[in-house]
Write a protein that binds this ligand. Structure first.
Ligand code: AHG
Ligand code: MN
Ligand code: MN
Length: 347
C-alpha cells in the first residue's frame, strides 16, 4: 500500500466508533459486537484462503436442518461465530442457518441486549471450486426483558426492526460490508496489516442497472408472472429504451448481491413449483433475505418477495424461506407489478 499526505486511512474499528456518535445513548455494546464480527470474518477468511491446502474442503457427511449437505467450512464458520459471541455479555440469543433451534447463551455467562442471526457460510456448495462465498449477519435488539435468557420471540422479528446488518465476502479480496442505518460502507481486508480498511464509503446502487441474476434453469417451474417478468428483464418490453441487462449468476447469494450492489442490477430467486421444498422460495428470510434487504434499502435499492417488502414480513419460524427479488428499486417494484398482474392478487 502506498501512502501520501492526502491518504486518509480509516480502519473498521474507527469507523464503527464514529458511527456510534449517531446514537448518543449508545453503551458501546453494538460497537463491540461489530468488532467481534469483523474478527470472525478475519478468522474465517484465513481458513477459506487455505481451502485447497488444509483438510477443510468437502462435506462432513451430515445434513443441516434444511436437508442440505454440510461442508466442513460451514461447520468451522458456524463454530467461529458462535464461540466468539457466546460469552461476551452482549447477546441475548443467537440463531444460525446451520442449527435447528435458537442458540441460547450458556447459563454461566451473562446475557445482553442484542440478538445475532447469521448464515455462517453462504454459497458453501461453491467452496470446492474456488468461487466467492460469504458470511451474513443480522442484529436486532431483544424483545424480552434484559437479564433473562433470550427466546424464539427475540429472533422472530421483521427486518424493519434490524439495527445493523452486513456480510463478509471471501473473494479475490476479503471485504466486510455493513450498515447501522446510516448508509452502507465497505472495507477491504489488508492482509499485511490484518485490518479492514475503508475502501467503499457510502455505497449507493448505481442508477442504471446492468445485470440480472437468476438461476434460469428453473424457468420451466416458474409462475406465469415470474416468467413474463424475466422476459421483461431480457427484452425491456414496454420500456422506451432497451434495458440492456446482462445475465450474471454465481450461485452464491452474497457474491451475486455484492456484484449487483456495486455494478447495478438485481438478483432473483423466485418460488419454484417443481421442488416441494422451494414452493415458497429457497432463501431464508432471517439469515439471508432480511439482512441483505436492509443493506439494499440503505443503498437506495429495494427487496420484495414479489408481493410485499421483505423488511415488512413478520417471520413465523426460524428457517422460513421466501422468494426474493433484491437490488435495483425500479426493477424490484416491476416484479411486484408483473406477479400481481399475471399470478393474481395472491393469498
Ligand atoms: P447456503 O450455501 O447458505 O445454503 O446458500 C446457498 C444459496 C445461495 O447462496 C444461492 O443464491 C443459492 O443457494 C443458489 O441456489 P441454486 O443452486 O438453486 O441456484
Ligand atoms: Mn446462504
Ligand atoms: Mn449457509
Amino acid at each position: 500500500m502506498t501512502l501520501n499526505n492526502t491518504t486518509q486511512i480509516t480502519t473498521i474499528e474507527r469507523h464503527i466508533l464514529d458511527q456510534q456518535h449517531h446514537y448518543p445513548d449508545a453503551s458501546g455494546a453494538l460497537t463491540n459486537l461489530l468488532y467481534d464480527l469483523a474478527l470472525c470474518g478475519k478468522i474465517i477468511a484465513s481458513k477459506v484462503i487455505q481451502a485447497g491446502l488444509m483438510d477443510v474442503l468437502g462435506k462432513t457427511g451430515g445434513e443441516n436442518v434444511q436437508g442440505e449437505e454440510v461442508q466442513k467450512l460451514d461447520e468451522f464458520a458456524d463454530e467461529t461465530i458462535y464461540k466468539l459471541n457466546d460469552h461476551t455479555g452482549r447477546l441475548a440469543v443467537m440463531g444460525s442457518e446451520e442449527r435447528p433451534d435458537i442458540i441460547p447463551i450458556p447459563p454461566k455467562y451473562k446475557t445482553g441486549k442484542y440478538v445475532l442471526l447469521y448464515d455462517p457460510l453462504d454459497g458453501s456448495s461453491n467452496i470446492d471450486v474456488n468461487v466467492s462465498v460469504g458470511s451474513i449477519f443480522a442484529i436486532y435488539r431483544r424483545k424480552t426483558p434484559e437479564g433473562s435468557p433470550g427466546t424464539l420471540a427475540d429472533c422472530l422479528q421483521p427486518g424493519k426492526e434490524l439495527i445493523a446488518a452486513g456480510y463478509i465476502i471471501y473473494g479475490s479480496s476479503t471485504m466486510l460490508v455493513y450498515s447501522t442505518g446510516n448508509g452502507v460502507h465497505g472495507f477491504t481486508l489488508n492482509r499485511m496489516l490484518g485490518e479492514f480498511l475503508l475502501s467503499h464509503p457510502d455505497i449507493k446502487m448505481p442508477a442504471k442497472p446492468k445485470f440480472y441474476s437468476v438461476n434460469q434453469a428453473y424457468e420451466p417451474f416458474w409462475s406465469p408472472g415470474v416468467l413474463r417478468y424475466v422476459r421483461y428483464l431480457q427484452t425491456g418490453e414496454g420500456e422506451p429504451e432497451k434495458l440492456g441487462l446482462s445475465l450474471r449468476y454465481i450461485g452464491s447469494l452474497v457474491a451475486d448481491f455484492h456484484r449487483n450492489l456495486l455494478g447495478g442490477g438485481l438478483f432473483c430467486y423466485p418460488a419454484d413449483r417443481k421442488d416441494p421444498k422451494k414452493t415458497g422460495g429457497k432463501l431464508r428470510l432471517l439469515y439471508e433475505a432480511a439482512p441483505l434487504a436492509y443493506l439494499a434499502e440503505q443503498a437506495g435499492g429495494y427487496a420484495t418477495d414479489g408481493r410485499q417488502r421483505i423488511l415488512d414480513i413478520e417471520p413465523t419460524s426460524l428457517h422460513q424461506r421466501v422468494p426474493l427479488f433484491i437490488g435495483d428499486k425500479n426493477l424490484c417494484l416491476k416484479a411486484e407489478q408483473y406477479i400481481k398482474k399475471f399470478d393474481g392478487p395472491g393469498a
